[in-house]
Design a protein around this ligand. Structure first.
Ligand SMILES: NC(=O)c1ccc[n+]([C@@H]2O[C@H](COP(=O)([O-])OP(=O)(O)OC[C@H]3O[C@@H](n4cnc5c(N)ncnc54)[C@H](OP(=O)(O)O)[C@@H]3O)[C@@H](O)[C@H]2O)c1
Length: 218
């Protein structure tokens, strides 16, 4: 049975992924949340989901998570955790959205390299597209642009190690971040991304995709 680890799975799109993979039946699901004392819906999906504590910007948490996977394999990493940045400094937003995904993925790399599928997906945003080379003006867009830049550099190294990866724009999705006027339902977004992940392989690795399977420009 393949397994997936979903980083930031307690609400929004991450919770949607946890529900989708666990209902699918042929996936073992590992999920992370910042607050294991208050799992909310994540605690009621399926008793077979294994849940781990992780604040992506806390190095002790990242180290502890990597220790949990010292003797396990991972087939697919979905790094979903992200912030829009309300009431946060630019540095804090950059830390969560641009730097933490690579630190977390790095810490799980030995487990991923032992897995059969060796796939990585990171949630970015179309707001991080540079459109004509310009850095987006808002902090959120700039942080996702920085994430995309780093992804493009590191992806070729990952591919040499047999890992296929992509970054996703999930759509404008009805979540706490996307708001209630967002046109895309969580279920629609995650089902679309699931289909794209099924097709992900070394030959098409390195792309910026949306939830409908369309390739976006950087
Ligand atoms: N919704 C949209 O329209 C949209 C559009 C484009 C891209 N995205 C991207 O899609 C991803 C998911 O978005 P969403 O709409 O589901 O957002 P959301 O509803 O605000 O949920 C964000 C998730 O990230 C987690 N998180 C935030 N900071 C974290 C940290 N330091 N450590 C660990 N987990 C942390 C949150 O955990 P807590 O509950 O502990 O805060 C929560 O589980 C994000 O990367 C976002 O940028 C969303």
């Amino acid at each position: 049975m393949p397994n997936v680890i979903i980083i930031g799975a307690n609400r929004g799109i991450g919770l949607g992924f946890a529900k989708l993979f666990s209902k699918h039946g042929d996936w073992k699901v590992y999920a992370t949340t910042r607050n294991v004392q208050d799992l909310g819906e994540l605690g009621n999906i399926d008793e077979n989901i294994s849940i781990y504590q992780l604040d992506v910007v806390k190095s002790d948490d990242v180290l502890n998570l990597s220790r949990e996977f010292e003797n396990k394999n991972i087939d697919l990493i979905i790094h979903n955790a992200g912030v829009y940045g309300h009431n946060m400094t630019r540095e804090e937003v950059m830390e969560v959205n641009s730097l933490a995904p690579f630190k977390v993925i790095d810490s799980l790399m030995p487990a991923l390299l032992r897995g059969d599928h060796k796939k990585i997906a990171i949630l970015t945003s179309q707001m991080g597209a540079r459109n004509g080379g310009k850095t987006p003006t808002g902090v959120y867009g700039a942080s996702k642009a920085a994430l995309n830049d780093k992804f493009r550099i590191i992806e070729s190294e990952w591919r040499k190690r047999g890992i296929s990866s992509l970054v996703f724009h999930p759509g404008w999705v009805k979540t706490d971040m996307g708001g209630s006027s967002a046109p895309v339902e969580i279920k629609e977004s995650v089902m679309g991304m699931y289909g794209v992940l099924e097709e992900l392989c070394l030959e098409n690795s390195g792309r910026f995709m949306n939830w409908k399977g369309m390739e976006l420009s950087w």
